[in-house]
Design a protein around this ligand. Structure first.
Ligand code: HEM
Length: 337
């Protein structure tokens, strides 16, 4: 097995299914369109930033690889977006609610994934939680009703040994559950290189901000499971859901190749455009389950940075898509090498 295959294989959970994605297993597709802002083309010449409306299809997901939906559980959520460009090609932007990643390289992420294998859940006593806090490690959350296994103990143990994993593990431990897929911010996490209309290259990071605002559920009264898909259908039946795409421009000295590290907060931010979601397609099997996104599916005007985690994801997502018998990722036209 090469490292991409080993990553996919290691990510599968005992309560997951080989017919589904090993992570982000439960999801729902939606469609709509994206309209670039007036300034977007100055910063990036990619076709979806030209100003013309482009059709979009996307998939929201729960980060867990469990094959059963547990929407009310604290978990990272995903938003994978495909922009359909006027020349018939496409480009993807894969984002999640965690702003930083767990590891700086494919090898260290594999070590993390091995250590964070789900184990039977334990309920920590208040004294054990207090001791964890004194050691500056996140106390283990109380198990949810019906939760039998969890990756948390291994993830916390790993973060205790490897400083680079601490930020993401801490944030993941406290992330909670959104009230709606349309009430969360989603980060593409890695750095991309965009070329502006005057030829200037910039190292940037992208985030989707929900126009309706970020809103989590009450962690002390988790809602019934599987509310997120119902909520999205009902929401779009009444009105579109909107997200604005923010691009942050990095400066010399910022970590361009390491998505475990945040950038300083006072970086220039550009509003690149607005996504309007209008429909949940009927054929979820084709549009969500069998669909394959790939973060390396780019187009002229936007390129991969040297981040090794971003680069390995091309092969990782292709492998995963093949193993679960999905529609092959449309690499070729519009794809980055
Ligand atoms: C080496 C690091 C990573 C590995 C090994 C990995 C692995 C995977 C795999 C195997 C899938 C399923 C792909 C499929 O079957 O179509 C997936 C999906 C996903 N990953 Fe990652 N991932 C990594 C990093 C990230 C990062 C940094 C993000 C955040 C930007 C992310 C967000 C997502 C999302 C949102 C999905 C669901 C996509 C969909 O709905 O089809 N992943 N990941």
């Amino acid at each position: 097995m090469d490292i991409a295959e080993e990553l996919v294989d290691t990510l599968y959970r005992p309560d997951g299914s080989r017919a589904l994605r090993p992570v982000h297993s439960i999801g729902i597709a939606a469609t709509g369109h994206f309209t670039a802002s007036d300034v977007a083309h100055d910063y990036c010449t990619a076709a979806h930033f030209s100003g013309d409306e482009v059709p979009v299809n996307l998939r929201f997901s729960n980060g867990s690889g469990c094959a059963v939906a547990h929407d009310g559980w604290s978990d990272v959520r995903g938003m994978a977006t495909r922009f359909h460009l006027p020349d018939g090609s496409a480009t993807d932007l894969v984002a999640m609610t965690l702003p930083e990643f767990f590891a700086p390289t494919p090898e260290t992420f594999l070590e993390f994934a091995k250590e964070a294998q789900p184990v039977p859940v334990v309920r920590q006593t208040p004294w054990q939680k207090f001791k964890s806090m004194l050691a500056l490690t996140p106390p283990l959350p109380n198990p949810y009703p019906g939760e039998t296994i969890s990756p948390d103990p291994g993830a916390i143990r790993f973060a205790d040994k490897h400083k680079y994993a601490q930020l993401a593990v801490w944030q993941a431990a406290n992330i909670g559950a959104p009230q709606s897929y349309a009430r969360a911010s989603y980060h593409a996490v890695h750095t991309f290189v965009v070329t502006g209309a005057d030829g200037t290259k910039r190292w940037v990071r992208f985030t989707w901000q929900p126009v309706a605002g970020v809103l989590n559920t009450n962690p002390l009264a988790p809602p019934v499971d599987r509310y997120l898909q119902k909520e999205l259908r009902e929401r779009l039946d009444h009105a579109p859901a909107r997200f604005s795409l923010m691009m942050v421009i990095g400066e010399v000295g910022d970590p361009f190749n390491d998505s475990t590290k945040p950038w300083p907060p006072h970086r220039r931010r550009i509003s690149m455009g607005e996504l309007t979601l209008t429909h949940v397609p009927d054929n979820q099997e084709a549009e969500s389950e069998k669909m394959s996104f790939n973060p390396c599916l780019l187009t002229d005007g936007i390129a991969l940075s040297d981040d090794p985690v971003l680069r390995i994801r091309k092969e990782v997502y292709e492998t995963s898509s093949k193993w679960r018998g999905a529609t092959p990722c449309p690499f070729g036209k519009g794809a980055a090498s």
